[in-house]
Structure formats: C-alpha cells, structure tokens
Design a protein around this ligand. Structure first.
Ligand code: ADP
Ligand code: MG
Length: 698
C-alpha cells in the first residue's frame, strides 16, 4: 500500500515540487517570496505562473478553472470558467492569464454578507491565496482564493484566518527574539483536524425527509441496541466501509492529504478520519475538500455520509478535534517541552500565553464553534460541555502550582523551581484518551480543541485561537522587552499568569454535573446555545482584540454577528417546517389509518364472538388516540408560532425566539411521535427506524 501512496501522493496538486520543476528559476524564487514572506505577487510573475499552471492542468485532463473560496456559509464555493478562448478565426486556444489567476469576479451576490456588500459594491472579488496550493478536482483546476468586497472587507472565512496567522507569527517572533533567537523569521500555526462522520445506506436515507432536508433525524425512537456495548468502537471495519475508506484515502492522497488513521467511533455507523497535520490555512482547505470527497465517494458506494453534529438523538454526535500547535520556520514545535532551563522557560511562556488566551477569550472560542447543529452536541452526554476549560494533566498542573507558590516541584529537591534557572522535571505525556471530556486538552506537544462541530469549517476556531494567543504574546513581549532582569521578569510573569488564570484549568470529568456548579463558582462562562454565545461577539474587548491585530474591522465583525444569528434562525425554520411536513403528511395520517385498522380488527373479532375481549387493540387504540391528539395540537402550536416569527425583524430577537419558543415546540411535537413509533407495527410507521438506519451498512 505504501508504494501506492508515494505514487499517488499529491499528483493532483500544483505543489512545491511541481513549481520547482516547471517554473523558471526567477519566477519560482519570486513566488516563494510571496508564499514565505507574504510579499505581493508581481503581475509579470503571475503571468508565468498562470501559464505553467494551465499547461500542467491540461496535461492532467483539466478543461476548466475555478476560484475556490469559502464564503461565510461555511461550505466551499466555486464557479467554473473554461480555459478555452476564441482566436477570431473560428479556432480556439487554451488560455489562462495572470490576471485570471490572481483575481476573479464571481457574481456571488447571494452569499451571505451580513449587509457588507450592500454598503459597498454589489459584487465581491476573489484573490489567489498563494500560500495554499492549487489542485485539480474532476477536471477543474481549483485555485484557493480569498473573497472580498470592493471596499476590501472580507466576505469569507479565509481572509481573517490568514490575517490571524500573520498576527501570531509577528508576536511569536518578538518573543523568540527575547530568548536570543535571531534565526527564526516566521512562526506558523499547525493544525490536524480529526473528522468524525456517519455512513448509512442510501436506501434508508432516501426514505427520510428529515435527513434529506436537514442532515439530521427530527423524529425517531431509540434503537434496542445502541452504543452501550461499546462493541463498535475500534471494532472491525465492515467490508463495505473498508472499500469506501480505501477509495477515499486514494483520492485524498492525490490531493496531497495524508489521511493517517481510520477507525470506528463510539456510535454504530460512526467513523473517524485524521490527516497528518499541516499549516493552518492548508489544513482548513484540506478539511473542506475532505468533507466534500467524503460525501461524493459515499454516493458512489450507495451510501450517504452524514456530517451533521447530531444526526440521531440519544446517539453519540460528531465533532472535529482541532489539534493545534505553533511551529517555527526552522522546524521547532514551540509547544514541545525542552531539555534545558531556557527551553523550558520558553515552553512555559508559550503555554501560559495559551492559558491566558483561553481564559480571557472563552466567549470567542465558544462562539467560534457555535452552530445550531453543535448546540445539540455541546453539553449533551458525550461531547465536551459548553463550558470552556483546559486539561493540562496532573503532572504539568503540579509543576505550574509549584511555580505559582514558590514551592519545590519534588519534595526531594533542594531548591524551589526558578524558571530560566532550573530544568523542568520530565513529565510523562498524558494520553488524550485519559480525558476525553475536556474541551481544550494539552496532549504533550499540542493542544486539542474538541468543541468544533463535524459539519463546519475550522477556519473560525483557528482564527480566534491564533488572534487570542497573538494578543497574549504581544502583552508578554511588551512586558519583557522593557525588563531589566529577564529571568526574574519571566518568572514573575509566569507566576502572575498562573495565579490570575488558573481557574480555566480543570483536569476532572467535564460531563459531571458538579463541574457545572464548580465552573460557575469559578466565574467561567456557560453559553449553552448559539444565540447565547453570539450575543458576546460584539463585546468591547472582542472588537478591540480583532481590530488591534487587524483580523476583523468592527464592520466585518458585525457582519459575522448578523450572518451567525440569521443562519441560526434559518436552520431552525427549515427544521420546524420539515417536522410539520412529516407530521401532517406522513405520521398523523399513518397513525390514523393504523388506529382504524385496530378498530376494525376489534369490531370483526367481536362480531365472531361477543366474549372476545380485544385488550391489546383497545389499549393501543386508546393510547394512540391520546397521542395523535397531542401531536396534532403540538403541530398546530408550532405552525402558529412559526407564523408569529415572521413579524420579528431584529436578528438577535428572532434567534432568541427560535431558541425559546420554536425549539421547545419542536420537542413537544417529537415526544408523542417517538412514543407512537414504539407502539405500532413496523409496517405502519412511515419511516425507517433508528435501528434500520444505524445498522443499514452491513
Ligand atoms: P493523539 O492520538 O495523541 O491525539 P495523534 O498523533 O494521533 O495524537 O494526532 C492526532 C492529530 O493531531 C493528527 O491529525 C495529527 O496530525 C495532529 N497533530 C500531531 N502533532 C501536531 C502538531 N504539532 N500540530 C498540529 N497537529 C498535530
Ligand atoms: Mg486525538
């Protein structure tokens, strides 16, 4: 299999190797400067790159190109243009200019802009992100781009991410200089997202309107067998799934995405895919592409890949663990504890920057993963709670405590630990599996942010993380650059950070009820729903943070605020309408018909002999009648309340209305339906059951 990987790997990517081989030396060098140092790309260079890229793409069978971008919807968008161009004498040539490479103008006016485009220009434009490689997908040369308005306001997820990477690089380099490091020129954040998903058979999917319209089941009672036996977790992969994974892996390899592990997850039909980590913007692009391919290839295998965070109530949901670290251009992982006192001090300083960032910007991190789908997951039984806390492991926590209190780390030690003087004791790496409940865990040489949902782009989460850590590093650098005694200053700084921010560190069980009370005592935020979280986006400290590091202007941030709230209400509106459709068109008529069958059975039996009692039929009939009435009333109420939502104009008010009125209405409608499903014959129920869906791929 390894041979195949090397053969296939990156064949569809215009990567460094291809560039080096195909571009003239000068052009290659100029492009490298753009990629490595963020310098603008000269139009003469762009023209050569474009032409080479086109030739390469045509050799690989491409006929079209597209600017591939990530609008605020969270999915990727593309508009295809042909290379073909008329020459005037009835012939055609294949053309692709530097201008077409650098800039595009998709008529993309229906992407959400949070009012931004109305204020400036109706059209947005796309611009090549030279730091992410172009690739060929289904005969189309895809050029990763950013998407902006003519006023320069970003309309996508990518621009802010790139800006945040610049911000953290700048501040991290300042800090490294303080440690006498003069070589490092830039620091990159690295990300490896572990992607969870469900695979189900196409036939059952097609019979479920809820899965079709919303990606999750809106009705359905628990299956007799769920995940309680834990026999699916890391269990043998079924042949059909294995075939799927094989094809998916091969496709991913051609895009230079090294999918490393694959195993079954906790729930039946749930699986996970983890790629090898890479630079954040590339990791984000690759994850978007991975999600697209997962769905496409599933269809080929007569299956459907569900990326929704909570496709099934009462069954484990899906997330996307965002493994994150900082790496210098000289190849050093800054979150790797070192061997010498100086290395340790540097490690602890970066660690403290993350601790302080997570504590001070809990709300932003929570917002970055807020979506209606993820609301079902965060705080539910299997996922991290909605409260942000950090897991450092006992040993590292003990070291921090000793530093805070000027104590000896080890009682056998002679002196108390002085940062910059003493070497940290070697601590064992806490394996991730020891604490799966923490939303933000240190896993030896990286942090694992476990809150992102499976369906959304990890762009926002990483933008927040990068910017918040950039801010703390800036404060540290400001503080330390002016210090007389560097060692003493760093010791005091670390002590202060631990004292002031240790409340965010929690190594216990995040699912435990008592943690919620404890977290409240510590003053940590518990933002349960998307509207609760998004309400904090425009808080003064957050606006200031993004403005300071030039990641979002206040106008751009407000646009995100609007888009997020609007999206929440829209998603719930679609879900509510789908429920009404299912209730009124399928479930209620089916239950009424089934009741009639029972009544007729009773009548016919009684006609045979007066003393046949029909206990079963009567009992079920009675229960069904009560539940049909309850369900009908609940559907009427939901319908009326949805109608009332039409008069609410304010986005925050509307989102709150959906949260407080529509969501409970939907629950009230679901309860009698799920109960009826358990009472009636399998044939009478209009949809495949949870059991049939979850065990549909054998
Ligand atoms: P674990 O099993 O302890 O979580 P793995 O080695 O399986 O660790 O890594 C899980 C994910 O973390 C993988 O996608 C991997 O590529 C990624 N990862 C590993 N090191 C880093 C790093 N320095 N920065 C970002 N992601 C990383
Ligand atoms: Mg992991």
């Amino acid at each position: 299999m390894n041979d195949k990987v090397t053969e296939l790997f990156g064949t569809m990517v215009f990567n460094d190797e291809v560039m080096q081989k195909r571009l003239p030396k000068d052009t290659y060098k100029a492009l490298q400067r753009t990629i490595k140092e963020g310098l603008p790309l000269e139009s003469s260079v762009a023209a050569v790159v474009a032409n080479t890229m086109k030739d390469w793409a045509i050799e690989k069978g491409a006929t079209h190109y597209t600017h591939w971008f990530q609008p605020m919807t969270g999915v990727t968008a593309e508009k295809h243009d042909g290379f073909i161009s008329p020459t005037g004498n009835g012939k055609v040539i294949m053309e692709f200019s530097g201008k077409e490479l650098i800039q595009g103008e998709p008529d993309a006016s229906s992407f959400p802009s949070g009012g931004l485009r109305a204020t400036f220009e109706a059209r947005g434009y796309t611009a090549w992100d030279a730091t992410s490689y172009a690739f060929i997908k289904e005969g189309v040369l895809c050029i990763p781009t950013v998407f902006c308005s003519y006023g320069g306001e970003s309309l996508d997820q990518k621009t802010a991410l790139l800006r945040s990477m610049e911000a953290i690089s700048k501040q991290a380099v300042r800090v490294l200089r303080l440690f006498g490091n003069t070589e490092v020129r830039s620091v990159k954040t690295t990300v490896g997202p572990e992607q969870e998903y469900f695979l189900i058979d196409r036939d059952v999917f097609d019979k479920r309107k809820d899965l079709l319209y919303t990606g999750r089941t809106l009705f359905g009672s628990r299956p007799p067998k769920g995940q309680e036996l834990d026999d699916h977790y890391f269990g043998a992969i079924k042949p059909r799934v294995r075939e799927y994974m094989r094809e998916l892996n091969r496709e991913l390899w051609t895009f230079g995405i090294l999918a490393k592990t694959e195993h079954n997850e906790v729930a039946p039909a749930q699986h996970e895919l983890a790629p090898i980590f890479t630079t954040t913007n590339q990791a984000v692009d690759q994850n978007q592409l991975t999600m697209e391919l997962m769905q496409k290839i599933a269809r080929k295998h007569h299956m459907v890949c569900l990326l929704h965070e909570k496709p099934f109530a009462g069954v484990n949901g899906s997330g996307k663990h965002n493994n994150w670290s900082l790496s210098t251009d000289t190849g050093i992982n800054l979150l790797e504890p070192g061997d010498t006192p100086a290395e340790n001090a540097q490690f602890l300083l970066f660690l403290c920057a993350v601790i302080k960032a997570v504590d001070e910007y809990q709300d932003l991190l929570r917002i970055s993963v807020a979506s209606p789908g993820n609301d079902h997951r965060l705080g539910a039984n299997e996922a991290p709670p909605a409260i942000i806390s950090m897991f450092l492991g006992d040993e590292l926590s003990d070291i921090l405590k000793a530093i805070e209190n000027d104590e000896k780390v080890d009682p056998r030690q002679k002196e108390v630990m002085r940062i910059g003087v003493h070497t940290l004791p070697r601590f064992c790496r806490d394996t991730t599996d020891r604490n799966r409940t923490s939303p933000f865990a240190f896993t030896g040489n990286k942090f694992e942010f476990r809150m992102p949902g499976s369906a959304v782009s990890i762009s926002c989460a990483n933008t927040v993380l990068n910017t918040a850590v950039a801010e703390e590093l800036k404060q540290f650098a400001d503080d330390l650059e002016g210090a007389g005694d560097f060692e003493d200053a760093i010791h005091k700084l670390i002590q202060r950070v631990i004292t002031e921010h240790k409340r965010i560190i929690f190594n216990g069980d995040g699912y435990d009820e008592s943690w919620i009370r404890e977290a409240e005592k510590r003053g940590l935020m518990n933002l349960r729903t998307t509207p609760d979280a998004v309400a904090h986006l425009m808080d003064e400290k957050n606006v200031k943070l993004f403005e300071e590091h030039k990641v979002f202007s206040p106008t751009e941030l407000k646009a995100r605020y609007d888009v997020r709230l609007e999206n929440y209400s829209k998603v719930l509106n679609i879900e509510a309408l789908t429920m009404l459709d299912m209730a009124n068109k399928d479930i209620l008529p089916a239950m009424s018909a089934y009741s009639r069958q029972l009544a007729e059975a009773c009548q016919q039996k009684s006609a045979v002999s007066g003393d046949i009692d029909c206990v079963y039929e009567k009992e079920i009939l009675r229960k069904l009648s009560a539940m049909i009435t309850a369900m009908y009333k609940a559907s009427k109420k939901l319908e009326e309340d949805l109608l009332n939502s039409k008069s609410i104009e304010d986005l925050a008010e509307l989102a709150a209305y959906f949260r407080d009125v529509i969501v409970p209405d939907m629950t009230a409608l679901r309860v009698p339906a799920d109960e009826m499903e358990t009472l009636v014959s399998a044939q009478a129920w209009p949809y495949p059951s949870y059991g049939e869906i979850l065990f549909s791929v054998q």
